[in-house]
Ligand binder design. Structure first.
Ligand code: HEC
Ligand code: HEC
Length: 404
């Protein structure tokens, strides 16, 4: 059968459910290994039900009637975290502050550049420190959450005691008041920050409650008071008619559990070139920050406990030099520091971004080599070693990184 005829048949049969004679032309769904939104294996039936509920919450597009706004950045979690992976430049969030003061009266700590009818969007005021953040992937965060604190701290070397030019600092952060003390990442006093670009958030519950509140203008039991544009006074009833809180704690918790139970995609197949790339990755110091693996400790989700986590990150902060500095502190992170991003999932990242790729904290790099060439500060020696590689080793290293 010709392709054309077959396509015509498929169109004609589009309303029918069932096989057609040209099934062979239709590509099947990708395997779980090639998705970012697959659950980790071994969930209990109850956990699978929660996962499905949270999946629906993650995908829900809010309308103004359902509580979107009055000011917001996007209408759903999924619109910024494409396919549960990273975002695109149009999803970049702008954070502002004056030093560590969140500049609330000027619209901080985050600029909401959209508004529902009846409200006015915010714009970046003068005289503030500005940081632009590309949405990172959300898969694998349950594994990151379950790595014991001591194992992450074991790689920290804040004063560069071993003299290798690489320090690595934890970001100690105070959890928000609404985070229960027994929540992962909660507790009295400073906790290890593991999430967001500067590791400025210790708990997934906080990350996600604030995403509802700040990114979508959705109030929850955890943050029940609307965020408004301080320049234009109080909100009018028509801009957001939904009663607060707009989303109950149970939904927030289901979405937290959903991202917690997302699997991390496995790396691509091992080839001799990639094995060579792996050696080069170690030799030129990439692995000093992009630490290959950890093991999780205990977890409330049995399937997350005592697992190997091959993520290529130390989850610590590094001074990355002038070119990458945003000059805006965040928690105890300085305006020159960024948390090492995991490299897992790069293999299929383009599949969720229309074939494109956006790397680094603000998405300015569109290829792996470009991202490496922009490394500076503590990573300058490693970058120089990369730039000095012979063609074969350079290609092997890039193939290895692109296949993670
Ligand atoms: C407007 C875009 C946008 C929307 C909408 C959004 N996020 Fe995010 N998300 C981001 C950005 C940007 C960051 C990084 C923030 C930073 O570094 O300061 C982030 C960080 C995260 C992280 C931390 C990931 C990590 O590994 O550090 C999680 C988890 C997350 N978001 C989940 C969600 C959920 C769940 C929702 C919906 C309730 C949501 N996000 C809505 C942009 C968005
Ligand atoms: C001193 C620690 C350090 C070293 C050494 C280092 N990196 Fe990085 N890497 C980082 C940090 C921190 C970022 C994030 C910078 C930002 O977002 O502006 C990063 C970002 C990246 C990214 C972009 C990831 C993404 O999701 O946006 C890639 C790819 C990468 N590094 C690969 C490498 C390779 C390959 C090497 C070795 C040549 C290397 N890095 C050496 C710390 C390091």
């Amino acid at each position: 059968m010709s392709t054309q005829k077959c396509l015509a048949m498929v169109l004609a049969a589009a309303t029918l459910v069932g096989a057609t004679a040209c099934d062979f032309l239709l590509t099947g769904p990708p395997a779980d290994a090639d998705l970012f939104d697959a659950p980790i294996p071994g969930l209990t039936p109850e956990e699978e039900r929660v996962f499905a509920r949270g999946d629906a919450g993650f995908g829900q597009r809010f309308s103004p009637r359902e509580g979107l706004g009055p000011i917001f950045n996007a209408a759903s979690c999924a619109s910024c975290h494409s396919g549960d992976g990273r975002g695109r430049p149009e999803n970049v969030l702008t954070r502002i502050s004056i030093g560590t003061d969140p500049a609330i009266s000027l619209g901080g700590p985050q600029i909401q550049d959209k508004a529902t009818p009846g409200a006015r969007p915010e714009s970046v005021p003068g005289g503030v420190d500005v940081s632009r953040r590309l949405p990172p992937p959300v898969f694998g965060v349950g594994f990151i959450e379950a790595i014991p604190v001591a194992d992450i701290l074991a790689n920290a070397d804040p004063s560069d005691g071993d003299g290798d030019g690489i320090s690595g600092r934890p970001n100690w952060v105070t959890p928000a008041d609404f985070v229960p003390l027994d929540e992962p990442g909660g507790g009295a006093g400073p906790q290890l920050g593991r999430f967001s670009r500067k590791g400025q958030v210790s708990s997934l519950l906080q990350q996600i409650s604030e995403a509802y509140h700040q990114d979508m203008g959705i109030t929850t039991d955890f943050l029940p008071v609307e965020n408004v544009n301080p320049q234009f006074g109080s909100l009018t009833q028509s801009a957001d008619p939904a009663p607060d809180p707009e989303v109950p704690a149970a939904t927030v918790r289901a979405v937290v559990d959903y991202v917690r139970m997302l699997a991390a995609p496995a790396p691509g197949e091992d080839t001799p070139t990639r094995q060579r790339g792996d050696e080069v990755f170690r030799q030129i110091g990439c692995e000093d920050c992009h630490v290959r693996e950890f093991r999780t400790g205990a977890s409330s989700v049995a399937a997350l406990a005592n697992q190997r986590v091959v993520l290529y990150s130390d989850l610590l902060l590094h001074d990355m030099g002038d070119a990458l500095a945003d000059n805006r502190p965040d928690g105890s992170a300085t305006g020159r520091e960024w948390k090492t991003p995991p490299l897992w999932g790069l293999r299929i990242a383009r599949d969720f971004l229309n074939g494109e790729l956006f790397l680094l904290h603000d998405g300015r790099a569109t290829a792996v080599a470009e991202a490496i060439e922009l490394h500076g500060g503590e990573a300058a020696a490693s970058r120089d070693a990369f730039v000095g590689l012979n063609d074969a080793d350079r290609e092997a290293l890039l193939d290895f990184v692109r296949s993670r």
